[in-house]
Design a protein around this ligand. Structure first.
Ligand code: T5A
Length: 213
């Protein structure tokens, strides 16, 4: 097995139905082919406590959820996930592949809900000081087409939002992708085979630079 003293942290981002779960498998298989041990996880969630918070966040409810309360619940789950799962794995030299992380909070809570981006940045610094993804694959898909892909599922509290919410989420992702060179935008509107070819290219490009001790 290829072993680095500290593993690398890779995240997959994008809107609903963009293909994160489907393509996480592709990323994992490339990393394993190159000999890296991979821990695959997701947010919100990834530990028993954080999964409980996920259920609270995603379940439908009659009470309107205050955007800052929602943001703090997400960061409570994230702090637990980072402390108990992500950091120990990285320290042990494993690579962590996480579906969604703080870029989701910039997109959904800042972009979608209107929470100040500065507040999200402050909470991020408290919940995961100094930890940011080494590589983020951002699957950019037009909301209408991506929602059609998941239309046969029962929809969670976020997926029931209106179209303009998802437009704001997408715009916030676009801003984030322009600001952070670690974010690689993948056009996820194309057929799955084309998307996956580009993902393999992006991961192999990353490995050629960051896959060595
Ligand atoms: N949230 C989360 C926040 O608001 N703030 C935060 O900080 C965090 C971390 C989590 C929710 O929480 C919110 C955002 C979310 O609403 P989730 O289940 O983790 O929810 O995320 P979702 O985006 O809801 O997950 P989905 O399963 O809906 O989307 P995926 O994983 O992006 O899509 P996937 O891979 O399941 O694919 C969906 C379908 O599309 C097909 C697949 O085969 C599958 O059938 N597909 C394609 N079809 C054609 N062409 C392609 N290119 C395709 N790619 C995939």
């Amino acid at each position: 097995m290829t072993r680095l003293s500290r593993g690398r942290f890779i995240t997959i981002e994008g809107g609903e139905g963009a293909g994160k779960s489907t393509n996480a498998e592709v990323v994992r298989s490339v990393l394993e082919r190159y000999g890296f041990g991979v821990l695959a996880t997701r947010e919100p969630g990834g530990t028993p406590l954080a999964e409980e918070i996920r259920s609270v966040l995603l379940g439908p409810r009659d009470e309107a959820v205050d955007p800052m309360a929602e943001t703090m619940l997400i960061f409570a789950a994230r702090a637990q996930h980072v402390a108990r799962v992500i950091e120990p794995a990285l320290r042990a030299g494993r690579w962590v592949l996480c579906e969604r992380f703080t870029d989701s909070t910039f997109a959904y809570q800042a972009g979608g809900r209107g929470v100040a981006a500065e507040a999200v940045a402050k909470l991020a610094e408290l919940a995961h000081p100094g930890l940011w993804p080494d590589l983020t694959l951002y699957l950019d898909a037009a909301p209408d087409a991506a929602m059609t892909r998941i239309s046969t599922r029962s929809l969670d509290r976020f997926e029931r939002e209106r179209r303009d919410f998802f437009d704001r989420v997408r715009e916030a992702y676009a801003v984030r992708a322009r600001e952070r060179p670690q974010i690689v935008r993948i056009d996820a509107n194309r057929d799955l085979a084309s998307v996956q070819r580009e993902i393999v290219r992006a991961v192999e490009g990353f490995l050629s630079v960051h896959g060595k001790a």
